[in-house]
Design a protein. Structure first.
Length: 107
């Protein structure tokens, strides 16, 4: 049974992740990882990465939804699972404006 509130759209986006941070000014820098976003919804993204990332940390990302259409968002890592030789992660958008979330479904 599907537990998600919003439909997930399968995508393939590459995002560079130079650093992650927590709200209390704790920052992990020089991560310099490329992540591959595999699905996106109004509330978050599913992505894969070559390294383990800590749950509860945040990162900034530019999400390109189509040519010329993109937005910037802050995402909070909410899930990290090792699957063979790659990590499968989930992150939720933090404070994403409704108008920006509509861009996801317009393509």
């Amino acid at each position: 049974m599907e537990k998600r509130k919003f439909e997930r759209i399968t995508v393939k986006l590459d995002v560079n992740l130079p650093s992650i941070f927590k709200q209390n000014n704790i920052k992990i820098e020089n991560i310099d990882q490329n992540i591959e976003i595999i699905n996106i919804s109004k509330t978050g993204v599913g992505f894969e990465c070559n390294c383990e990332l800590p749950v509860g940390y945040y990162f900034n990302a530019r999400i390109d939804v189509s040519e010329g259409k993109y937005f910037y968002g802050v995402l909070k890592i909410v899930r990290c699972e090792k699957k063979q030789d790659i990590y499968s992660l989930g992150a939720e958008f933090v404070g994403l404006a409704d108008i920006l979330s509509k861009v996801i479904y317009e393509n």
